[in-house]
Design a protein around this ligand. Structure first.
Ligand code: KE4
Length: 437
């Protein structure tokens, strides 16, 4: 029998803590998506995680598929990571000086992504992509960047842009505080629309064409077969740099990330999440030639007090060390089992539903399909997603609180966890379909 976890109303411990949090943080959170604005209701307050599970402040356990929005590919608090961080802690928490651990992590990344001859570590994905924008503009001497609707690259001004209308869709600020002059330098078009990319790239000299190789921030949207090879061709023909934002896809959609999965080598790559194993680590990198433009070897300035932090490096090293190709393949099999199981449930219930995965990253829409663009994704049944989300949470399954986010899997989610998850989500999808709790 699935658990029955009550909503976090005024009396729960979570609710008490959230009432304090709302006095200290905008919306009671330190990142907007955590506030449940996309699904309504009150978030639970996490107090502990271990393996496939996370517990809330009222002692309720959830099988977790948010996994800190991607970093926890070995599951919550894996012993190998805890021990590595504890060992590093005994020698200090930060130096602001070169350390061996940062070199070791860069070597480990390059061993799986040989196109990342050189990287620079940062403390967030936003810093990594922001630095890529500056570097691409410096290297090409151009100012315009092309991104895709539904792709999120962090909250740097250059990327908080909504498409205008028209072919060369001049960016409009997607947030107050982003200067029009800057927003106009970011062009957008629909993901998978290679013809639009061709038109824009031949009309406007682009510094970079930047994408999430598989979109995880517009819901889960895969590229059509010719899309990424087409971007590589267009970038080569027009002198733009091709940028893979792999903050989410890195070491998830394939053992060697998107370059391995799609057999296309980008000029610059952003990484994050998995390479920190839950501690604040991100990175950007590419060829030694391109990266040599970054200070102190070149004139493009970028810096960070806690970049390469030894505790974060230790967590990233332990995580990549635990993520062998065999472990990656096993997590991929579990992800396929969950996605196939969900498709079967929806089909039996006659619910319009599509689901897919690449490696340990997966997603679904309440939609007949296909979903090739963010505009397609926005046609999905968000009301049904909300009902499903809450029915799942009540039954002890933690999903991302938004219809437009990807989901994740970890090495700690074995056949038992997947079977229990499918049992609970079968009940949840049936309840949502019947308009029940
Ligand atoms: P951070 O600055 O949040 O570390 O990374 C920004 C970022 C860049 N690129 C991609 C592809 C990303 O997915 C992200 C951050 N992802 C979101 C999840 N949709 C983080 C969750 C949040 O914003 O709280």
């Amino acid at each position: 029998m699935s658990p029955r976890i009550p909503a976090h109303n005024g009396t729960s411990r979570s609710a008490e803590i959230m009432s304090r949090a709302r006095l200290r943080f905008p919306g009671g959170v330190n990142s907007p998506v955590r506030a449940y604005r996309g699904v309504g209701g009150e978030p639970f307050v996490a107090v502990r995680g271990k393996g496939a599970s996370v517990w809330d402040a009222d002692g309720n356990e959830y099988l977790d598929y948010v996994l800190s929005w991607g970093p926890l590919v070995l599951g919550h608090a894996p012993d190998v990571v805890l021990h590595a961080v504890q060992d590093a802690m005994n020698d200090g928490t930060s130096f602001g000086m070169p350390t061996e651990r940062e070199v070791d992590l860069a070597d480990a990344i390059a061993a799986r992504m040989p196109h990342l001859e050189m990287v620079r570590f940062t403390s967030s994905g936003t810093e990594a992509t922001m630095s890529i924008a500056r570097l691409a503009r410096a290297v090409t001497g151009r100012e315009h960047i092309l991104k895709f609707e539904g792709c999120y690259h962090g909250h740097a001004d250059a990327f908080l842009v909504r498409a205008g209308s028209g072919v060369a869709t001049l960016g409009l600020p997607d947030s107050p505080g982003v200067p029009d002059a800057l927003a106009r330098l970011t062009l957008t078009c629909a993901f998978n629309d290679l013809e639009a990319v061709e038109r824009i790239a031949r009309e406007v000299p682009l510094a970079a064409i930047m994408l999430e190789p598989i979109v995880g921030n517009g819901g889960y949207i895969e590229p059509l077969p010719d899309f990424i090879p087409g971007l590589r061709r267009i970038a080569d023909e027009t002198g733009a740099l091709l940028v893979f934002d792999e903050v989410m896809t890195g070491f998830r959609i394939a053992f060697g990330g998107a370059a391995e999965r799609f057999n296309v080598t980008p000029d610059l790559t952003a990484l994050g999440k998995v390479i920190g194993g839950g501690l604040p680590v991100a990175a950007y990198g590419g060829s030694r030639e391109v990266m040599s433009h970054i200070a102190p070897t070149g004139p493009v300035y970028q810096a960070g007090t806690l970049s390469g932090n030894p505790l974060a490096m230790a967590a990233g090293l332990a995580t990549l060390g635990g993520l062998t190709r065999e472990v990656h393949d096993r997590i991929t099999e579990q992800t396929a089992a969950l996605v196939d199981g969900l498709r079967g449930i929806a089909s039996r219930l006659g619910v319009p539903f599509i689901a897919s995965h690449a490696g340990s990253m997966w997603g679904f829409f309440f939609h007949e399909g296909p979903v090739h663009t963010f505009a397609d994704a926005q046609q999905s049944d968000v009301a049904r997603f909300r009902a499903f989300f809450h029915a799942a949470r009540r039954r002890g399954v933690s999903l991302a609180p938004s219809a437009f986010e990807a989901a994740f899997m970890s090495a700690a989610h074995g056949p038992r966890e997947i079977g229990e998850t499918l049992h609970r989500l079968d009940e949840a999808m049936s309840a949502a379909a019947a308009g029940r709790d």
